[in-house]
Ligand binder design. Sequence first.
Ligand SMILES: Nc1nc2c(c(=O)[nH]1)N[C@H]1C(S)=C(S)[C@@H](COP(=O)(O)O)O[C@H]1N2
Ligand SMILES: [Mo]
Length: 315
Amino acid sequence: MLIKRSERWQESENSVTSETIYLNRRRLLAGAAVAGAAALAPSVFAQRDRVLKPLAARSTAFDPGESPTPEAAITQYNNYYEFGTGKDDPAENAWRLKPAPWSVKVDGLVDKPATYALEDLVDFNALEDRIYRLRCVEAWSMIVPWVGIPLASVLKKIEPQSGAKYVAFETLADRKQMPGLRWPVLDWPYTEGLRLDEAMNDLAFLAVGLYGKELPNQNGAPLRLVVPWKYGFKSIKSIVRISLTDTQPATSWNISAPREYGFYSNVNPMVNHPRWSQRRERRIGEFGRRETAMFNGYGDLVADMYAGMDLSKNY
Ligand SMILES: Nc1nc2c(c(=O)[nH]1)N[C@H]1C(S)=C(S)[C@@H](COP(=O)(O)O)O[C@H]1N2
Ligand SMILES: [Mo]
């Protein structure tokens, strides 16, 4: 299956050598994991030698016009609590995650419920490059060059029923692969949700890659949501389940601290987190701070969805 997939979306010039090296390394890693040989933990880049080749045009409509944050920062300064709560824990521990083969269970109010192989849910022939701002609730930000597909394209494929109003997402929760699950810091599995119109918005994106390569595990391999007008925690990683519901789904952060993290979590400089201001942010790699923009600068594309809502109540 790996080889078949690579024919479709790996750069052809280097396919023979890089695929061979890649597969050998994968086998080595699988062996090391089985043997519990943590000493052989690979570098943070080991899982992502394969190049993704977006065939669709770059979506310049969303381009923030800022240079991407260095790859090393995006892949080594992470939040992925299943691998530890420190910013460098995911890069160190996420090699334990096995991102292939991968399947996603689709259920709830859809006409095409099934457990889909990743390749059947995501059209790897229609990948797009999208550079997005990411604004974390902890008041730092990055510019990230993703590779992926619009979430709407996956929703169309699974055919939401007329009664569906929300989309719920769930992350893998496997203690063998995720050492952080031993601690009850969040309600596992990590869950998130969007209102259906938010999920259908042009900006809502499912990423399979970063900087033109496969997603590193610590960034949510093999499939992760990206919702750039919301705080980073809405962008759930390593998705194993997508459910359509008629009621607002519970989310891990809302369960853990309802006063601090609401369902909407739109980036909003006017609504402070109870313990700190959201007026400014620190761009990773820069000194000083910049002003945070309403909806993280994507208001033109998303503000209409919240017309008439009190965003200080619906935070
Ligand atoms: N499953 C899961 N998804 C998650 C998280 C997590 O702990 N577990 N952290 C979230 C938070 S708080 C942020 S800011 C982003 C960070 O994404 P990045 O590490 O790719 O920058 O992932 C989000 N998705
Ligand atoms: Mo975050």
